[in-house]
Write a protein that binds this ligand. Structure first.
Ligand code: NAD
Length: 542
């Protein structure tokens, strides 16, 4: 690799800067003599320094700020640190710390990353995209900041989410960081506290809605097709009705998906499929009760239906295996007139009732919590599930940790280790009666990086439901028997690179089968995909 840059410009470009690890020859050729202390360090030595400084920080938010600064300075070293310490750093660069970082975004802001497109930019969105310094973009993660994790409307502060997700695309699937573009669609915020904050970075106005909003989103999506053809758009943390309407509007027209709906769905389905390897039951035998009926819950329900259909049920039979409870109680047919579209397929004939009687009445084999309301899986509920099933499946998916429907300790403790438990945010292992139980984290990072890698390497023109089914199946197969024995229904995070490549192969294979790939099929798809994976070794620039 070569560069036209010289001197300070080299040190200021995080894609090529290797800091104290520039060799003597590079220092001569690139005009770096004197700009660096004389001793040349190896990347291993640099990593040791990074880890020492990282661990010296007292709070996760400080660790987040430290890692952001490293990413802005030396990308290869940043990704080396993240990859080698993924268990430790994933919860910092992504949930739960990223939530805290978004709340504080305006206060911890140091250096800009990504593109901001605001409601004031109607008519010039393509020009803004052309301001991005890289000609080629592979993946865009875009949010409008209205439903950040379980934290609500964080306006332009939500930019922490696209940045964090794209870091995971590189860390987990090895997508080159130069191909990754974070985008904030700043359409205002209805969060008055933010607008009153003198340091807030976004537009000081209420959110634009209706036509004006749709036209801005439309201009953005079309501008991407013009400026960065072939780029995958991942929609992230939009409020439910916008998440659904944007997905329905574009999924058959451009290469895009919504991670809160489809990524979450695939990771939860994979968890269920892995849990069924423990209970030795089939998917069509399950009765699944959701607490929460937002984008995450109905996205999961829809993909579970597709998976049951693939296992032989009719769509109608499959939907009848699934029930939803929202903030007004069980979703039933008598409520149909007032229900939003995404809930209607699950509004079955039944008496209206609350969550607890619904558990008693429906006798679910699996509970899935996606409410954003902590404490909603009470002791009574977990004990009841353990009475109804020898190995009840309980997923408390709400993020961050403080929003989980119940904790791992509660789930395992109240059921005496009977539950098969997964959560959205990480929990420490729980020891009960001399046995250690691990908690699988239903982290979307198991799915979306592999989807992105597979789709962009084969040049897929769309992201399909079949790709998410293939991704879920592949993820469930990657869990070892040993992990299952300890109650963990996902692979360890340190296996994410291997898992993401396996998912990418399955996704690309699906694209080739469905005639969606625009690149010729290589003889060895696995090796071809591996060949695209970014590595953290420094390039020789001299
Ligand atoms: P949402 O706002 O669209 O939906 C929330 C739903 O919960 C609504 O249907 C609401 O009616 C219902 N609800 C709220 N309080 C309730 C209560 N007390 N009882 C019953 N229902 C109640 O949000 P969403 O996008 O669906 O996300 C929900 C949660 O799922 C968030 O906390 C988010 O962090 C989490 N999530 C987790 C993952 C993951 O683990 N991989 C992925 C995406 C979202």
């Amino acid at each position: 690799m070569t560069t036209d840059k010289r001197g300070v410009a080299v040190l200021q470009d995080p894609a090529i800067n290797r800091g104290t690890a520039f060799t003597d020859r590079e220092r001569d050729v690139l005009g770096l003599r004197g700009l660096l202390p004389p001793r040349v360090f190896t990347q291993d030595e640099q990593l040791a320094r990074v880890m020492k400084n990282y661990r010296r920080k007292e709070t996760d938010l400080e660790r987040y700020i430290f890692l952001t600064a490293l990413q802005d300075r030396n990308e290869k070293l940043f990704y080396r640190a993240v990859l080698e310490h993924i268990d430790e750093m994933m919860p910092v660069i992504y949930t739960p710390t990223v939530g805290e970082a978004c709340k504080e975004f305006a206060h911890i802001f140091r250096r800009t990353r990504g593109l901001y497109i605001s409601a004031a930019d109607r008519g010039r969105v393509a020009d803004i995209l052309r301001n991005w310094p890289n000609d080629k973009v592979g993946v865009i993660v875009v949010t409008d900041g209205e439903r950040i994790l379980g934290l609500g409307d964080l306006g332009a502060n939500g930019m922490g989410i696209p940045i964090g997700k794209l870091s995971l695309y590189t860390a987990c699937a090895g997508i080159d960081p130069s191909l990754c573009l974070p985008v904030m669609l700043d359409v205002g915020t209805n969060n008055q506290d933010l607008r009153s904050d003198p340091l807030y970075l976004g537009l000081d106005q209420v959110r634009i809605r209706g036509r004006a909003y749709e036209e801005l989103v439309d201009e953005f999506v079309m501008a991407v097709q013009e400026v960065f053809p072939g780029a995958l758009i991942q929609f992230e943390d939009f409020i439910t009705h916008n998440a659904y309407s944007i997905l329905h509007r574009y999924r058959d027209r451009v290469l895009c998906f919504n991670d809160d709906i489809q990524g979450t769905a695939a990771v939860a389905l994979a968890g269920l499929q892995a849990a069924l390897r423990i209970t030795r039951k089939s998917l069509p035998e399950q009765t699944i009760l959701f607490l929460g009926a937002g984008a995450a819950a109905t996205g999961i329900a829809d993909l579970m239906v597709a998976a049951m259909v693939a296992e032989g049920l009719s769509r109608d039979q499959a939907r009848r295996r699934i029930w939803l409870v929202d903030s007004k109680g069980l979703v039933v047919s008598s409520r149909r007139d007032t229900l939003s579209e995404h809930k209607k397929p699950y509004a079955h004939d039944h008496a209206p009732m609350d969550f607890l009687p619904a558990v008693t009445d429906l006798e679910p084999t699996a509970l899935v919590g996606a409410t954003g309301r902590p404490g909603t899986f009470t002791r009574e509920i977990v004990e009841l599930m353990a009475e109804l099933n020898p190995r009840p499946i309980v997923f408390a998916l709400s993020n961050p940790t403080s929003k989980a429907e119940c904790t791992a300790e509660q789930a395992y403790g109240w059921s005496n280790g009977q539950v098969i438990f997964a959560s959205g945010s990480p929990f420490a292992p729980v020891d009960i009666n001399g046995r250690r139980y691990l908690t699988g984290q239903g982290n979307n990072a198991y799915i979306f990086p592999g989807i992105g890698l597979g789709a962009i390497v084969c040049g897929s023109s769309r992201i399909t439901e079949d790709m998410f089914l293939a991704a879920a199946r592949t993820l469930a197969e990657q869990v070892t028997e040993d992990r299952l024995d300890q109650g963990a229904i996902y692979p360890p995070l340190r296996d994410l690179r291997r898992v993401s490549v396996a998912i990418a192969v399955a996704v690309a294979d699906s694209a080739y089968r469905d005639g969606l790939a625009t690149q010729p099929r290589p003889d060895d798809l696995d090796a071809h995909i591996r060949g695209h994976v970014y590595n953290t070794e420094y390039d020789d620039l001299a």
